[in-house]
Design a protein around this ligand. Structure first.
Ligand code: BGC
Length: 415
């Protein structure tokens, strides 16, 4: 594939023109302003390579809607060429025999050498590459409007105690402290950051990777639920059902002080032409500065019926790992490149901080944890059971003790 591109370039072309034009249908849920700008980069590259792009966008942050649509398309024998699926979900589709091997492309382009193993491992099924990683998102971030904090005379919090003290003062100043979207995946996103802050990375692994029953029911988990409950005091009445990017726009407009969200939120600030450090602040979720909750987006490739479409699909897989796609996509998306060998010259301080923590936690083996809320740590069934409990807790007056007991029970039943 890569050689063909070189030949095309040597013959005077400026891009990889394929012998056979095919079509790629791509299922994804990148529909917010920042997300749409990001995926448009891949569409353009695929079209420049002579193929047709059929966009199959299914709105719904976190991807639950997209996964439902994917299942029905696959069951009817008509899956798209590529789908934004990730983490253990890739293994589930691989086990069902739907995914195409990308090993030829991966070998020719040295994926094993350019991808860190924490990324490569997620992309492989039975040792074969079946998905191409587009990025690495960090989930444990907090996004803040510095003017709102300054007006209220409050500092950016660095631990949970400071967070609640800041939220109290912001509220007293008449501001909504926390912009939240009350959807299960967003509740779970905040909850997992609180679990990380309260229990640390080892505890996070015990509960969300090992699913250790004693840890799930422990005092530490009770404390995490108690802390999580406090979020409820500082959100506004409009939170239930709100989309994550609408919550981000509240911070952008100064209607709320902060949001807890992965760095796809940065894509919204970027799309609004805002500068980090000046117009907005990215800070680790309070109490988690030394940890990195990773969420790797990827496009898994489904077996195709025609040779032309298979070729188009492989060209796309190759493009996904190309330095120029990785750079432009991630500048728009808010994430860092999946390849750790790229020049980061064009990236901002948030991305540089993210890359630094990603590399240091990967090297030390301490603090790098897979996101439960974003499908990296467990199966979709267990993840769904956790979502249900966390959301029920958040929207009721369940005690923290009951929260922990029910969580442990729900996980056990889903296993
Ligand atoms: C995905 C991101 C996406 C976010 C909101 C996450 O699960 O990994 O790429 O921007 O959901 O839709």
């Amino acid at each position: 594939m890569f050689k063909k591109s070189l030949i095309a370039m040597a013959m005077g072309g400026t891009m990889a023109v394929s012998a056979q034009a095919g079509e790629v249908e791509v299922l994804h849920w990148w529909t917010s302003g920042g997300e749409a700008r990001s995926i448009a980069v891949l569409k353009e590259m695929v079209e420049d390579a002579g193929h047709t792009w059929t966009d199959f966008a299914v709105a719904g942050g976190g991807g639950e809607n997209a996964y439902t649509v994917l299942r029905s398309r696959a069951v009817s024998g008509n899956p798209p060429a590529a789908a934004q699926i990730k983490g253990l979900e890739i293994q589930e589709w691989g086990d069902l025999g739907f995914l195409a091997s990308l090993d030829d492309v991966a070998d020719e382009n040295n994926w094993d050498a350019v991808l860190p193993s924490v990324v490569a491992d997620v992309m492989k099924h039975d040792g074969d590459y079946v998905a191409a990683p587009v990025n690495v998102h960090r989930v444990n971030w907090m996004w803040a409007n510095p003017a709102v904090f300054a007006d209220a005379g409050v500092d950016i919090p660095t631990n949970l105690d400071e967070l609640w003290a800041a939220a109290e003062e912001l509220q007293a100043a008449g501001v909504t402290p926390i912009a939240h979207g009350g959807q299960p995946w967003q509740d779970a996103t905040t909850f997992e950051s609180i679990v990380l802050a309260v229990g640390g990375a080892d505890f996070f692994n015990d509960v969300f990777v090992e699913m250790d029953q004693a840890a799930l029911e422990s005092d530490t988990m009770v404390e995490a639920f108690e802390e999580f409950r406090k979020v409820n005091d500082y959100i506004d009445r409009g939170a239930p059902g709100r989309d994550w990017n609408v919550a981000t726009s509240m911070v952008i407009r100064g209607e709320a002080a902060m949001q807890f969200m992965g760095d796809w939120a940065k894509g919204e600030f970027t799309a609004a032409n805002m500068t980090p450090g000046e117009d907005y602040i990215c800070a680790p979720f309070p109490g988690t500065a030394d940890a990195f909750t990773f969420n790797i987006d990827s496009l898994a490739m489904f077996k195709q019926r025609t040779a032309a479409n298979a070729e188009a699909q492989m060209t796309m897989a190759e493009l996904v790992l190309s330095p120029s796609f990785q750079e432009t996509f991630n500048l728009n998306k808010g994430s860092i490149p999946a390849r750790t060998d790229l020049d980061m010259g064009k990236f901002d301080d948030c991305a540089l901080a993210s890359m630094e923590t990603f590399k240091s936690t990967a090297a030390s083996g301490e603090g790098l944890v897979p996101s439960m809320a974003h499908g990296m740590s467990t199966t979709s069934t267990i993840q769904g059971a956790i979502y249900d409990t966390v959301t029920e807790f958040f929207n009721s007056d369940m005690s923290a003790e009951d929260g922990a007991t029910r969580l442990a029970r729900a996980v056990r039943a889903a296993q």
